[in-house]
Ligand binder design. Structure first.
Ligand code: GLA
Length: 377
């Protein structure tokens, strides 16, 4: 990827810039809890967005995306927003830095990536944090702290891309550390790294290839449901709600809002249970909680789809320890915790059965837990 980017940069801009990269993420458990002030358990992965950048002495950004073979050029004022959706992520990052009093001048950039798009692995967070990290290094002497870099990515989604997301993806992408997952408290942003090396197990993702696109998806509606219930309970977020609290107001809220909140409250407890289990090396409990999360995401939160439910059923039939839909939902992939000796059979069975039903195989994505945003040597 490096060579391709270097060559393209040289051809287009006639010189050499500096290379930066940032990662997509997985999340072991804690889905749709981030914007509810709860806990999540993500880690950065070895699938990255890599970009070469160089200041160009003008007030324009000139950027080329190798993967979709498109070029965009834009200024740095609010009115200069580019029309291409991929370029809006970069424009948004520039604007959010400027809004916070940081500096951004014109620059040239070429980027490429291997984070599968629409699979729920946060390719957009990888893109945002790669550019946020790079612009902090290039124009701001790294004076913007990492928490703010993550928030710059999140605000980009809110203000320029139409997704009212939580902080998980950008946080994982900026703070990721090789070999470690993070337990992140999304309210205080306190986080703790957990070494993750489940001996005797593999973590594998199966991409259903059902395209996941959070913009204009009911993702924002899920968030609104949670906010309505929290407001009715007189609390800031569902982080502070219990099932008893929820049951007390059941008759005052819609059945749908009740189901959404029931999922979130359950998920909050599951993340904490998984943390305890991980410390004890109790992967059976981790797996059991993953299945419970899937059930909740599918039945109460209703962000699964037929294909992902089917992959989850196959995992159960094959004796896979834990399996669930991962990320925002509405497509994308399942994350599976599989015993080493069941791995081959599971993958082969999933491919065969899924193909028989849907006419294509799910894509197997092996991931290694890796570092987040960085400058490449
Ligand atoms: C998307 C959002 C995150 C989070 C997840 C669901 O990835 O970007 O903030 O809400 O969905 O856990």
């Amino acid at each position: 990827m490096k060579t391709k980017i270097n060559q393209e940069f040289k051809t287009r801009f006639g010189s050499e810039g500096t290379l930066y990269a940032s990662a997509g993420r997985i999340n072991l458990i804690g889905e749709h809890t981030d914007y509810n002030g709860g806990f999540v358990f993500p880690g950065a992965i070895d699938k990255v967005i890599m970009a070469e950048l160089k200041p160009n002495g003008t007030d324009k950004v000139r950027v080329f995306s190798i993967d979709i073979s498109e070029y965009a050029e834009f200024g740095l004022n609010e009115a200069d927003a580019p029309s291409q959706s991929w370029a809006r992520y970069i424009f948004g990052v520039c604007r959010e830095i400027i809004k916070r009093g940081g500096k951004v001048h014109g620059f040239d950039a070429v980027f490429a990536g291997n984070v599968p798009l629409g699979a729920g692995l946060s390719s957009s967070a990888a893109l945002e944090s790669c550019f946020a990290f790079a612009l902090n290094d290039m124009f701001n002497d790294n004076s913007i702290d990492k928490f703010e870099l993550a928030k710059i990515g999140q605000s980009t989604e809110h203000n320029y891309c139409g997704v009212n997301c939580g902080i998980m993806d950008q946080f994982a992408s900026v703070f990721g550390k090789a070999g470690h997952l993070m337990r992140l408290d999304c309210r205080s942003l306190e986080h703790e790294y957990y070494p993750f090396n489940p001996e005797g197990y593999k973590l594998v993702l199966l991409d259903s290839k059902v395209k996941h696109e959070l913009k204009d998806s009911p993702y924002n509606k899920r968030r609104q449901s949670c906010e309505r219930v929290a407001a009715r309970l007189g609390i800031e977020t569902l982080r502070d709600a219990t099932m008893e609290d929820l049951d007390k107001i059941k008759s005052d809220i819609t059945a749908e809002d009740y189901m959404r909140a029931r999922y979130v409250i359950g998920e909050k407890d599951r993340v904490l249970a998984v943390c305890d289990a991980l410390v004890k090396g109790d992967y059976e409990t981790v797996g059991k909680k993953m299945y419970e999360t899937h059930e909740g995401l599918s039945k109460d939160y209703e962000v699964s789809c037929e294909e992902l439910d089917y992959l989850n059923d196959i995992a159960k039939e094959c004796g896979v320890t834990g399996s669930r839909i991962m990320g925002g939902g509405f497509g994308g992939c399942t994350i599976n915790l599989v015993k080493d000796d069941l791995y081959d059979n599971f993958v082969a069975t999933a491919k065969k059965k899924f193909n028989e039903k849907y006419g294509h195989e799910p894509v197997v994505i092996d991931v290694v837990i890796s570092d987040g945003a960085h400058k490449c040597e």
